[in-house]
Design a protein around this ligand. Sequence first.
Ligand SMILES: Cc1cc2nc3c(=O)[nH]c(=O)nc-3n(C[C@H](O)[C@H](O)[C@H](O)COP(=O)(O)OP(=O)(O)OC[C@H]3O[C@@H](n4cnc5c(N)ncnc54)[C@H](O)[C@@H]3O)c2cc1C
Ligand code: FES
Length: 281
Amino acid sequence: MNKHASQALTEVVSNKKVGAYHHMVFSVGQMAAHSKPGNFVAISVGGPGTSMILRRAFAIYRASDRENGVGYIELVVAPHGQGSTWLTSRQSGDLVDLVGPLGTAFGIPTEPVRALLVGGGYGSAPLFGLSEILKGRGCRVDMVLGASSAMKIYAPLEGKRSVNSLTITTDDGSAGIPGKVSDVLAELIENNQIDIIYSCGPMGMLEAITKIAVEKDVLHQCAIEEAMACGVGICMTCVLPIRGEDGVVRMLRSCIDGPVVDGEKVIWDSKREIPEGTWGS
Ligand SMILES: Cc1cc2nc3c(=O)[nH]c(=O)nc-3n(C[C@H](O)[C@H](O)[C@H](O)COP(=O)(O)OP(=O)(O)OC[C@H]3O[C@@H](n4cnc5c(N)ncnc54)[C@H](O)[C@@H]3O)c2cc1C
Ligand code: FES
């Protein structure tokens, strides 16, 4: 588990609706200092006496660490079911129980590289902070944001400002190029001579990106969003078959061994079953 994780009752500083999402800021103290792009938080939802006993996972969009132990974490939340709708109805000054930072973070290259960042829906959240770090290291950063419709592309203007080039795709063609992010990847990889892809979004999108990354021989780090019930390595609901450096497939917990993993190592076509030959099966 992330050795910096802690639990805190945090104050909601602001909650603004942005398109189909809510941009929420929480005062988290020193937790912000240890939060990196790719990490997530697990939030207790529903308030006292709720039947929603499981925490909900949200990727950290940004973390800002001020002096004297003051720090903020920002999230981009889609009101989806009961838990996320409860969260997005919190107001400034409300208190929320939050555990974080959790999980692994995106690996940052030591040398300047050409990076392609690919986000699906709210999956673009951790990519903006990542983009700033990569640019600070002298990397070229191109970005692709995709969603079902224009309303579900998070902060396209911010995307445009923080990267060298921004491509938008929507399933219904209401913004950018009609189609999926995977439709434009091969050309972008070739034209911009991409060395590494960083991605975050639905599992089907990550699988499609991995296929293209393997064909084009490009590294691919992805932040997976497997269903998580505890977020801290206890319940085993989030396990995924992943091939290790030794070639052996193991069922790993995406909440503590991920969410950021090497896309090429994930056995994407396991159809939620344990593949034959998996360690311990
Ligand atoms: C690493 C990660 C990062 C994420 N980042 C974001 C983000 O930045 N923004 C965002 O809007 N959403 C994000 N999500 C998705 C978000 O966690 C879900 O949308 C949220 O949990 C929905 O909760 P709900 O109560 O609204 O929905 P519901 O569908 O009512 O409840 C979903 C909850 O049910 C539980 N659950 C689901 N499947 C199982 C299972 N198989 N076994 C046991 N329990 C299960 C989980 O606790 C899950 O959180 C992320 C998810 C993960 C895993
Ligand atoms: S979510 Fe419980 S072990 Fe990963």
